[in-house]
Design a protein around this ligand. Sequence first.
Ligand SMILES: NC(=O)c1ccc[n+]([C@@H]2O[C@H](COP(=O)([O-])OP(=O)(O)OC[C@H]3O[C@@H](n4cnc5c(N)ncnc54)[C@H](O)[C@@H]3O)[C@@H](O)[C@H]2O)c1
Length: 336
Amino acid sequence: MFRSAVIGCGAVSKNHGKALKDNRYTRLEYCVDIIPERAQAFSETYGGKPLTDYRDLYGTGIDAVHVITPHNTHPQIVMDLLDHGFNVFCEKPLAITPNEAKQMIRKSEETGKLLGVCFQNRLNKATVEAKEILESGKYGKILSGMCLVTWNREGKYYSESPWRGKYSGEGGGCIINQSIHTLDLVDYLTSYCGGVKSLSGFDAKLRETDDYEVEDTAMALIRLECGANIVAFCTNCYLGSKVCDLELRLEHAVMTVRQSGLTIVEEDGNTIFHAAKVLTGEKSEWGVSHGLLIDEFYKSLQDGTPFVADCHTGLAAVSIVNAIQHSKGRVIRIER
Ligand SMILES: NC(=O)c1ccc[n+]([C@@H]2O[C@H](COP(=O)([O-])OP(=O)(O)OC[C@H]3O[C@@H](n4cnc5c(N)ncnc54)[C@H](O)[C@@H]3O)[C@@H](O)[C@H]2O)c1
């Protein structure tokens, strides 16, 4: 049985708490938050001894630590943990900049410790099925695609956590925090034919509000190594839905990957729909796959098999985010 800890007991920590409570490979032993009441509340619900300084984990013999803190804190905390012999499961994004992400990856290589990144949507049922079908070549090559993310973030979302909405804390807005999951899927699902090569795009803060300073809307033309272009539109300004769709037009079908399932319209018009389990209510857009990915992380630790969201595969998403922010219409190559 692996022994684990979490650092950061805020909004999404409950997904980790639930997954760890029921996990067959690990036992949660510590929960850390600089706000003592948060660590205490997490401990009462999910277990673990509450702490306020993650450095108190040093010397405890813990095997793996979940880093669930603000974006700007990830590099320092993750590299400290790797240096002290822990395996790390880090919430997305690995870091705000590609350079920081590369340093973290290097540290994982030097220490020989596993560093995973929480892109749980890679294990959504629709993603897993789409990846298998794409790689089989059944419907031919990818010709073009569309990535559409329409969420809403305003008001309380920003006021309840001081790091959100600021470039210094979050490193951006809708691209780095919300749309990053679907942008990651663009690269992950197309990695069998080279993934994302370059992009040009624009981002802007379109709402008139003092809630945040970061961009709330972005668009990009994403060029894949295989030659196809994916057009992306991402916004946090739409009250009506929590869409995060990826449509891929193949030679012999159109495939749409959604939380609710995979739709394939074949060239003769035949439509196939494989439904997936969906949540409703607040934060339903986080989906159902945190538990699956956390299980895979510990399975990889146990078996020594490659982890589906290893840090090496988390760099492209950080590079894509950064490229959209800096492009201003120019073509930027993606680092990987
Ligand atoms: N995978 C997903 O679907 C998903 C969903 C939401 C958030 N996230 C990610 O999870 C991370 C946290 O987001 P959140 O919304 O839970 O934030 P949050 O602000 O609700 O919680 C962060 C917590 O970290 C604590 N903290 C800050 N610095 C700390 C430190 N040095 N040591 C210990 N605790 C510290 C804060 O006190 C706070 O309780 C972010 O990286 C975010 O992008 C991922």
